[in-house]
Write a protein that binds this ligand. Structure first.
Ligand code: S3P
Length: 425
């Protein structure tokens, strides 16, 4: 594979619209498939991960058709999925595997969900434990890794306290809870993204949210809906960071999802002193707004564990912002980064280290010393889309020239990333 060369850039300017939110897209397809009737979803993200979700539901007898920006899903009701002819395939998508397991818990057939790449080394015990407590027959390969085998059918309600805040675990439990007789309660220490709760409620589920505690009543069919998928704030975060760091930049990103459980990057940037403004807020079932960002100096901050779930996917680019900020940034309780598509603490530490940045990692704490003299370097994506996009922004801001070894991984969440970036230069 030929490495991509990236030179220090001038400013980024212009207006842009992000592709659909990845998390909301997965949920629109999954919830549409188990609702009754035709769901039409606008702007479902066209990327590798969401395509794995769509294909898996097609394999279970659901018609899903794309026509321009509209995706039509012919939902068959809670128990309308058919046994797939072979293994279901989640590719490299943790969201596909973990969320789908919750839905399979309630189906009257056995299925295997297989995966590929780094997903084969990502932990599945975290969903096997709660689903087993709910009476579901679910097993992983040795070590708690994929593939997972699920014999669905009878689900018991549970009262589950999650050991780690994770929207994927919470969603798997809530989906399984749809099939239980009675009320399932799931609780986390800090609130993770709540797209599942919002969308289930929008489709007619009886769901109650009290802070970090969510309850769902089982046995009630969902009704098909029209869904508008907002622009993905995680994808937007790379351009926000680029605009902050490259002098003379000014960009406006329109129609971005700003769900507070997800949009911690806005608070982080404000705290760092960035010039950022959200306009035209609309409070639909997923709130949206336009994000305007200008370049300017930023300072290091402290990020506590309670903030981590709302910025979990933005942390790689926050590492980059911190490396160029004035003073030091401290990030606490971000160990979940170790079990993403790659160990993102290591990938960011090594890449930023190659550029001359100081990133100190100790038990439960990461310290990044800001610097004005980072230089281009040979960088590695570690086959991780977010490491790759974050380091692309670092390469635009550092002196000289960088090379990233393999950039194809961006298609996991954002196939047009480099073209969109070029359009702003
Ligand atoms: C996601 C939840 C997060 C996030 C991932 C998408 C989701 O994972 O990192 O990219 O759509 O529910 P965890 O729940 O494992 O934190």
């Amino acid at each position: 594979m030929k490495p991509l060369t990236i030179k220090k850039a001038g400013k980024l300017t212009g207006r842009l619209v992000m592709p659909g939110d990845k998390s909301v897209s997965h949920r629109a397809v999954m919830i549409g498939a188990i609702a009754k009737g035709r769901t039409v979803a606008k702007d479902v993200l066209d990327c590798d991960d969401c395509n794995y979700t769509m294909n898996a539901f097609r394999d279970m007898g659901i018609s899903i058709k794309k026509d321009g920006e509209y995706t039509t899903i012919e939902g068959k009701g809670l128990r309308g999925l058919k046994a797939p002819a072979g293994h279901l395939f989640a590719g490299n998508s943790g969201t596909t595997m973990r969320l789908m397991a919750g839905i399979l818990a309630g189906q009257d057939f056995a299925a295997v969900i297989d995966g590929a790449g780094s997903l084969l080394k990502r932990p599945m015990k975290r969903i096997i434990e709660p689903l087993s407590l709910m009476g579901v027959d679910i097993k992983s390969a040795p070590g708690g890794y994929p593939p997972i085998t699920i014999k669905g059918g009878s689900v018991k309600p549970a009262n589950y306290k999650m050991p780690i805040p994770s929207a994927q675990i919470k969603s798997a439990v809530l989906f399984a809870g749809l099939y239980a007789k009675g009320t399932t309660v799931v609780e986390e220490a800090f609130k993770s993204r709540d797209h599942t709760e919002r969308m289930l409620e929008y489709f007619g589920a009886k769901i109650k949210v009290e802070g970090v505690k969510v309850s769902i009543e089982g046995g009630r069919e969902l009704e098909a809906r029209q869904v508008e998928v907002p622009g993905d704030i995680s994808s937007a975060s790379f351009f926000m960071a680029g605009a902050v760091l490259l002098e003379g930049s000014k960009i406006r990103i329109e129609n971005v999802g700003i769900n507070p459980a997800r949009a911690g990057i806005l608070d982080v940037l404000k705290k760092m002193g960035a010039k950022i403004n959200v306009t035209g807020k609309k409070d639909t079932f997923e709130p949206v707004g336009n994000i305007e960002v200008e370049s300017g100096p930023i300072r290091g901050i402290t990020i506590e564990e309670s903030m981590v779930p709302a910025i979990i996917d933005e942390l790689p680019v926050i590492f980059v912002l911190a490396a160029f900020a004035e003073g030091k940034t401290v990030i606490r309780g971000a160990d979940e980064l170790k079990v993403k598509e790659t160990d993102r603490i290591r990938s960011m530490q090594e890449n930023l280290g190659a550029m001359g940045a100081k990133v100190l990692v100790s038990e439960g704490e990461i310290i990044i010393e800001g610097s004005k003299s980072l230089r281009g370097a040979d960088l590695k994506s570690y086959d991780d889309h977010r490491t790759c996009m974050a380091m692309t922004i670092a390469a635009l801001a550092a002196g000289g020239e960088s090379r990233i070894d393999d950039v194809e991984c961006v298609s996991k969440s954002f196939p047009g990333f480099f073209e969109t970036l070029e359009g702003l230069k």
